[in-house]
Design a protein around this ligand. Structure first.
Ligand SMILES: Cc1cc2nc3c(=O)[nH]c(=O)nc-3n(C[C@H](O)[C@H](O)[C@H](O)COP(=O)(O)OP(=O)(O)OC[C@H]3O[C@@H](n4cnc5c(N)ncnc54)[C@H](O)[C@@H]3O)c2cc1C
Length: 383
């Protein structure tokens, strides 16, 4: 069967790419190795943080577009996908992290408020941070209902004429102007192919001779009970992030919404893993670090999580994404290494991947995302 574009991987990046392409009236096939929905990659779970506050202005610029796109998707889906309740960046007052966030939001016109340590304590009495810690409140940040977002992208893709084949694994291709794609169930032809395979990116990209500097990492998702149920709910506490605060690692959290009476608070780090053996590793040290953090800074929570789940990050060395084309075959395109912050940015990532797949002008400066930034020899294609 002939398609304009085959997209491999129905996580949020592949689904957003497929949805972008179908709105440009192309014939698109979205392939997914597992039956949908599944919880084995990086895009599952009920909630994700969204924010315009970024230390790098290029992400803030992309988030202006993404915020509009999530709002439009919500209208089309007829469901609540995006709750604009703000986002709180925590850090040393006048420190580099907060200053960089302020700079990016100022440059791209995102509304925010600076909170002195005193104002932080007054506004968020459930937090206990030392005198040197202040905050920046990103007013357009909030929560994305991630499972619902993914379902909406896939449903609208199919309603617009797209084809999803789940439980079907990409295996290999023969490159050329027309690409021949082989799966465990059949064969397809297409003019371009987009790989958005999350933690499996290197396994899949090895079939086209590429090897990317990626590290899949198991993330332990912890839910901490409130002593007074409702005391950390979304009307009182927005999603939050503190950099390099927990034995050199960052933490992030969301108010008690997803599991009533429980705050989601996680380490932005974990053990390196093979995605096909996700839980066969020692991850309890991450929970121990968090227990210590929660007892120090969240006196209104029980410092032992009552629910623990798992998910996977795929990190690059600089934690910026890789979005690029195959060095030899320009109609082979890939997005990978979303480094634990790619959900909110999926509409822009999907647009860039779609532009590259169709060989149309790309709407952002993608130099930050090029594979070649890691030096010559990295990711050299052998195909
Ligand atoms: C615990 C956790 C919290 C996070 N919090 C946030 C947050 O608050 N805000 C934020 O913006 N981001 C967050 N992220 C990051 C964000 O969720 C990820 O960056 C994003 O989901 C990556 O999506 P993906 O499509 O690249 O990967 P995935 O969701 O893993 O999708 C890749 C897909 O490709 C499929 N696939 C692989 N190989 C093949 C093959 N051979 N054939 C067919 N299909 C294949 C896989 O099965 C999978 O479904 C978080 C991530 C985690 C794990």
């Amino acid at each position: 069967m002939m398609f304009d574009v085959v997209v491999v991987g129905a996580g949020v990046e592949g689904s957003a790419t497929a949805y972008d392409l179908i709105r440009r009236n192309r014939r698109v096939l979205l392939l997914e190795q597992f039956p949908l929905p599944h919880n084995r990659g990086s895009s599952h779970g009920q909630t994700r943080v969204t924010r315009k506050a970024y230390p790098q202005p290029f992400y803030t610029e992309m988030m202006n577009f993404c915020t509009e796109q999530w709002t439009q998707l919500q209208e089309k889906a007829g469901d609540v996908l995006y709750r604009q309740i703000g986002y709180l960046a925590l850090g040393e007052k006048n420190g580099r992290f907060l200053q960089d966030n302020i700079f990016a939001m100022t440059q791209h016109g995102a509304p925010f408020a600076i909170l002195s340590p005193g104002e932080l304590r007054e506004k968020f009495a459930m937090l206990r941070y030392p005198e040197r810690i202040g905050g920046v409140l990103d007013r357009e940040g909030g929560i994305l209902m991630s499972d619902k977002c993914l379902r909406a992208l896939q449903r609208l893709f199919v309603e617009n004429g797209g084809v999803i084949r789940d439980g079907e694994q990409y295996q290999s291709l023969t490159p050329g102007e027309v690409i021949h794609v082989r799966t465990n169930r059949g064969e397809y032809q297409c003019r371009s192919i987009v790989f958005a395979c999350g933690p499996w990116a290197n396994k899949v990209l090895s079939t086209v001779g590429l090897s990317l500097p990626l590290k899949p990492m198991r993330i332990t998702v912890c839910y901490w009970p409130e002593l007074n149920p409702g005391s950390h709910s979304a009307d009182k506490l927005p999603p939050f992030f503190e950099e390099n605060c927990c034995d050199g690692h960052s933490i992030y959290g969301l108010p008690s919404e997803e599991y009533p009476g429980h705050v989601k608070l996680c380490l932005h780090h974990g053990p390196d893993i093979d995605p096909d053996k996700r839980d066969a590793c020692d991850y309890l040290w991450t929970v121990d670090l968090l227990k210590d953090y929660v007892s120090k800074h969240f006196p209104g929570l029980v410092p032992t999580p009552s629910v623990v789940e798992s998910c996977i990050y795929t990190n690059t060395p600089d934690k910026n994404f890789i979005i690029d084309r195959h060095p030899k075959w320009k109609n082979i395109v890939f997005g990978a290494g979303f480094s634990g912050h790619g959900f909110k940015l999926a509409p822009a990532v999907g647009q860039v991947l779609a532009d590259m797949a169709l060989d149309e002008p790309v709407r952002y400066d993608t130099s930050h995302f090029r594979l070649s930034r890691f030096g010559t020899g990295v990711g050299q294609a052998k195909l």
